[in-house]
Design a protein around this ligand. Structure first.
Ligand SMILES: *Cc1c(COP(=O)(O)O)cnc(C)c1O
Length: 397
């Protein structure tokens, strides 16, 4: 059994804060500061340009990719880290479409995070080959998979509601129809067990600043199934994805396997913070994470529904159909969330009326959840949210 008291002690959380927003930005691991400081003073400061070899900077995208691979069921050497998730979505989609040249439909759902859909439409316009993005409701996805679909592109866990797609079943259905799959694991990696190999996913992408706690703007990851990697043409054919970057050939030749999904120079300082965050995962069993996360979510839902009649559950009630977050809806959700944050319970808000609460067992305990519910109850019962100071919207909600 994973020792969650010990993992919690490895985070630097401010006194008096109950942090229920690790689904948006994970908290600071205590070891990250010293690790980054060492990279600055010892590696960059003393090694200078030699750091690329001496400190292993050039190998980080693969080494860190392998550490993430363990958490998503990907074999060694199939995951690489770099860029932002939007870029990784674009790369995966461009490669997948080329592998199904006779088909023109990208199928996704309207619960997907907008950037994934924006990247798809941008790519369609650039390609100008008659592709179309078909977006249906999440519950209609399964029936919409047919022989016109080139790529099924889904985010496993809905960022607003926490609704969880059945990755295994939908991938199987897509393959039976001859389509490829891209799974966005932004709200899955570190939140629940994922098995990209077992599910036979073709491509998977995700970010590392949510449940993996890599820090604001930490680089994203991409997985390509080993049997496809040698045939996937990188649309973003940067020099570090070249077979021999330091040959400086004028002609591009894609690198071996997942290496080809690298683009440019890795963000070494950000990688150091991410690597320190991943140390915490070494002793963690994902089935413990899942069991504990479900227990925390269940306590929260049961208690909030019992004590705050005005809040409507915005997430699936069945824990097997939910990720590691819970949403409640209210017309004044923005003001209620600001009142909660003022009292130290940090979640966030998504327009028009959704309050999101993320439950990460690494640093959130049952006692935190109970204390958070007490505060929610008080804010609702006394209408403490009904104050002009809580109603002015900030740029980031
Ligand atoms: C968080 C998130 C993103 C963010 O993309 P960035 O390029 O890292 O800003 C993209 N897609 C999904 C599904 C997300 O949840």
């Amino acid at each position: 059994m994973t020792d969650f008291a010990q993992t919690r002690a490895r985070f630097d959380l401010p006194q008096g804060v109950i942090y229920l927003d690790g689904n948006s930005l994970g908290p600071l691991p205590k070891a990250a500061g010293a690790r980054v400081a060492r990279v600055l003073s010892e590696e960059w400061g003393k090694d200078l340009i030699r750091g690329w070899n001496a400190a292993g900077w050039m190998g980080q995208p693969r080494a860190i990719g392998d550490r993430i691979g363990r958490l998503i069921g990907a074999p060694q050497g199939t995951v690489v880290v770099g860029d932002t998730l939007s870029i990784k979505v674009y790369q995966a989609l461009a490669s997948a479409l080329e592998l199904r040249p006779e088909r023109k439909v990208i199928l996704s759902d309207n619960g997907n995070f907008p950037t994934d859909l924006y990247m798809a439409t941008g790519l369609i316009d650039s390609l100008d080959k008659g592709h179309a993005l078909k977006v249906v409701a999440p519950e209609e996805i399964e029936d919409a998979i047919d022989e016109t679909v080139a790529v099924l592109m889904l985010t496993e866990v809905d960022y607003r509601t926490g609704r969880l797609h059945d990755m295994m079943r939908l991938t199987e259905k897509a393959h039976a129809a001859g389509a490829l799959t891209i799974w966005d694991l932004a709200h899955s990696a570190g939140a629940l067990p994922v098995d990209v190999s077992g599910a036979k996913a073709d491509f998977a992408v995700g970010c590392t600043y949510k449940y993996l706690n890599g820090g604001p703007g930490a680089p994203a990851f991409i997985y390509v199934a080993p049997e496809l990697a040698e045939n996937a043409r990188p649309a973003l054919s940067g020099w570090l994805g070249h077979e021999a970057p330091f040959a400086f050939d004028l002609d591009y030749r894609a690198g071996q396997g997942i290496e080809r999904m690298r683009v440019g120079t890795p963000p070494v300082i950000a990688m150091a913070a991410l690597d320190a965050a991943l140390d915490i995962w070494d002793g963690v069993d994902m089935t413990d994470i899942r069991r504990t996360s479900i227990a925390l979510c269940e306590t929260f839902i049961t208690e909030v529904e019992k004590r705050c009649r005005d809040l409507r559950l915005g997430s699936p009630r069945d824990p097997e159909r939910r990720g590691s977050q819970v949403s409640f809806r209210h017309e004044e959700g923005y003001a209620i969330m600001q009142a909660l944050i003022a009292r130290g319970v940090i979640g966030d808000f998504r327009a028009p009326d959704t309050m999101r609460f993320g439950f990460a067992p690494l640093y959130v305990s049952e006692a935190d959840v109970r204390r958070a519910v007490d505060i929610v109850e008080e804010i609702m019962a006394k209408r403490l949210w009904d104050d002009p100071e809580f109603k002015t919207r900030a740029a980031v909600t």
